[in-house]
Ligand binder design. Structure first.
Ligand code: GLA
Length: 439
């Protein structure tokens, strides 16, 4: 934890332009990122060195589901062609350079039966070159490949699952294919099997010697408010975990997840940190169901929550508006903050919810979400004092992340006036005033 005076002082002394678009970051900040990364390895998390900041990438499920009909729908079926074309887009349309790194295959990639040696095998028609060749292709683009398995007799889509007996061979198969991430779902097993299987798969992946991001769906299957799992244990065996039901392509679904996260934040928030993240599920901004305002709202809350950002949309046809939101530099900077501290909802006021995340070097992100649907932007007045952002007595600089506007310097009692659009957000990036540069 940076102390009150040092965070103001550190930022004041050593500022350089990093050309972060309209924002200027300072080099000291990067220096302290390194220190924080080193320190954070002391915290208890899965010991594979991965995802010290939330992982970013793309995943098939929400947009492409279990579409296996490559005859009728060759461009959109779960196949090596789909994965390669998304990898091409990720490398060529700026996504990779913004940090979107993992290209992840969800369910429905395998044959319905294991091979003669008891190994999982990809569907021969849809993945004719095999997963190893696909991994090579994805790696050649500077990206990483994710795959999906299930702790249970079958995957949720009815493909072969991983039982307690096949954990070792499946971990070895994924490593031999040079896969970089495993989403391990939890259909068709009971709580006892999960309690044995999830830690066992973690150990089996580690034993392969290949660093494989391990995404666990365990808590999402245990039910309860909050889910009845040991989050301290989860943080030591998994890099990220799903807590709740599947996201669908609608605002209702996004709002439902946001509210669930707020309601359970006392348990969820302390569980997250570098190497171990709560996963509110895929980013659907860029898909069909969300308006422009709602897309900004989803990305904002996911940034405040330090959530993994796995898009599930068609990057070949995505709109420029959506791309601009998903590639907003300051928003991604907030999401990727090296302190790795998940934010919280700190105030509710009628339809408004105020969310706050502490960042490195005494910086903060504050978001106000308006879930109202009465068609009128809602005014909201607050101050840094009311938001409890008072450590730096010389005040703070405020930036509106989506409007890309500098709002000026604020003392703790200066009024902060906002207008929040229906089902929209205002996202503010807040830095100690002592940081020399501003946009
Ligand atoms: C579950 C998961 C989803 C997806 C599907 C695949 O529902 O929660 O994210 O992986 O299974 O069948």
């Amino acid at each position: 934890m940076i102390s009150r005076s040092s965070s103001c002082f550190l930022s004041a002394g050593l500022c350089y332009s990093l050309g972060l678009g309209w924002l200027q970051k300072d080099r000291m900040l990067l220096g302290s990122l390194g220190l924080l990364l080193a320190l954070s390895t002391l915290c208890s998390s899965l010991d594979n060195g991965l995802v010290r900041t939330p992982p970013m990438g793309w995943m098939t499920w929400e947009r492409y589901r279990c579409n296996i009909d490559c005859k009728k729908d060759p461009e959109n079926c779960i196949s090596e062609h789909l994965i390669k074309s998304m990898a091409d887009k990720m490398a060529n349309s700026g996504w990779r350079d913004f940090g979107y790194e993992y290209v992840s295959i969800d369910d429905c990639w395998s044959e319905k039966k294991r091979d003669a040696n008891g190994r999982l095998q990809p569907d021969v028609e849809r993945f004719p070159s095999g997963i190893k060749a696909l991994a090579d292709y994805v790696h050649s683009k500077g990206l990483k490949l994710g795959i999906y398995g299930d702790m249970g007799n079958y995957t949720c889509g009815g493909y072969p699952g991983t039982t307690l007996d096949t954990i070792k061979i499946d971990a070895e198969t994924f490593a031999a294919w040079e896969v970089d991430m495993l989403k391990f779902d939890g259909c068709y097993s009971n709580s006892t099997e999960k309690a044995i299987g999830y830690p066992k798969m973690s150990a089996a992946l580690n034993a392969t010697g290949r660093p494989i991001l391990y995404s666990c769906s365990w808590p999402a299957y245990e039910g309860g408010l909050p889910p009845k799992v040991n989050y301290t244990l989860l943080g030591t065996i998994c890099n990220m975990w799903r807590n709740y039901g599947d996201i669908q392509d609608s605002w209702d679904s996004v709002l439902n997840i946001i509210q669930w996260f707020a309601r359970n934040q006392d348990v969820l928030q302390p569980a997250a940190g570098p190497g171990r993240w709560n996963d509110p599920d895929m980013v659907i901004a860029g898909d069909f169901g969300l308006s422009y305002e709602q897309s900004k709202a989803q990305m904002t809350i996911w940034a405040i929550l330090a959530a993994p950002l796995f898009m599930s949309s068609d990057l070949r046809t995505i709109s420029e508006d959506a791309k601009e939101i998903l590639q907003n530099r300051i928003l991604l900077y907030i999401n990727q903050d090296a302190l790795g501290k998940q934010g919280r909802r700190v105030i509710t006021s009628g339809p408004l919810g105020v969310w706050k995340r502490e960042l490195v070097n005494g910086q903060y992100a504050v978001a106000v979400l308006n879930k109202g649907t009465d068609g009128t932007p809602k005014p909201y007045v607050t101050s840094l004092g009311l938001l409890n952002i008072t450590q730096c007595t010389e005040g703070y600089k405020l930036y509106d992340v989506f409007a890309q506007e500098f709002w000026g310097e604020f003392k703790s009692d200066t009024a902060i006036n906002m207008q929040i659009n229906p089902t929209g957000v205002v996202l503010l990036f807040i830095r100690p005033a002592s940081i020399a540069h501003h946009p």
